[in-house]
Design a protein. Structure first.
Ligand code: 13P
Length: 277
């Protein structure tokens, strides 16, 4: 029996693979009108935005109008023929129906033609004492109705000042979302909105936004997988304006914005969408 000694020359190529695949995700600009606009004002705002977008926008970013509930049915009719414009609600009740005077269910929102629901906005957490446990229930009811939750998280100024922002946001994400299955979490949109930047004119720097978005993605990757984390759109919210949108949206882990004040001005809102051109 002959014994051959094979001499094998191996070439090892080390290719630098980025930890997370850049921007295969949906780009989204959502306008949260908060408690603003009468019926006529809302109709006018949407028709101005639609008109400006038709004339000026080159990109395919999803644009979501998130008005008070009373506008949903009208605006749904107004947007019927448009396939990049969507409609969302600012909140919903956690139960399906029943004796909850003044509340609106996810099923009712869906029946108006909306596709998205904001859950856990810091104003709901602060003024209506919404807890992580309640938000987890609301996320469930939104998903059960085949609507997309836009889950908001973000630290207050006190946390930023003592550098505990990641601990705070990590806990918000874990407490409200980590009961979800892989299929369910993949349907989420997340919005990072530092409380100190909301309505204050004080925007997080592009670096601060990127750092927190990467952290949120990492947190999701650890529990689920890199693939799932890379597929979830994470929006930045807090004093986004036409002047700062391009820089913020161009960060690798920022997939768009949740816009408050500037979503009430058609010119500004469309200029923010233009940041994706
Ligand atoms: P502003 O853009 O007015 O700061 O509001 C951000 C926000 O809360 C969006 O949900």
């Amino acid at each position: 029996m002959e014994v051959y000694t094979a001499s094998i020359t191996m070439t090892i190529c080390i290719i630098a693979v980025p930890k997370h695949v850049p921007k295969m995700r949906k780009q989204i600009v959502a306008g949260n009108w908060k408690m603003n606009c009468t019926i006529d004002e809302g109709k006018r705002l949407v028709s101005e935005v639609v008109q400006l977008m038709q004339n000026e926008i080159q990109n395919n970013a999803e644009v979501i109008f998130i008005p008070p509930y009373i506008h949903l049915t009208n605006l749904s009719e107004q947007l019927l023929t448009n396939d990049t414009l969507y409609l969302g609600a600012q909140n919903c009740h956690q139960n399906k129906s029943g004796a909850y005077t003044g509340e609106v269910s996810a099923t009712m929102i869906k029946s108006c033609g909306a596709t998205h629901v904001i859950i856990g906005h810091s104003e709901r957490r602060e003024y209506f004492s919404e807890s992580d446990a309640l938000l987890a229930e609301k996320v469930n009811t939104v998903l059960e109705n085949d609507l997309t939750p836009i889950f908001c998280c973000g630290e207050r100024l006190e946390s930023r000042e003592v550098n505990t922002q990641e601990a705070v946001v990590g806990e918000q994400v874990r407490n409200a979302l980590f009961h979800l299955s892989t299929e369910e979490i993949a349907k989420m949109v997340i919005a990072y909105e530092p409380v100190w930047a909301i309505g204050t004119g004080k925007t997080a720097s592009a670096e601060q936004a990127q750092e927190m978005h990467a952290f949120i993605r990492e947190t999701i990757a650890e529990k689920y997988s890199n693939e799932i984390a890379d597929s979830i759109s994470i929006l930045y919210g807090g004093s986004v304006k036409p002047e700062n949108a391009t820089e913020i949206f161009s960060q690798p882990d920022v997939d768009g914005g949740l816009i408050g004040g500037a979503s009430l001005k058609s010119r500004d809102f469309v200029d923010i969408v233009k940041a994706f051109d």
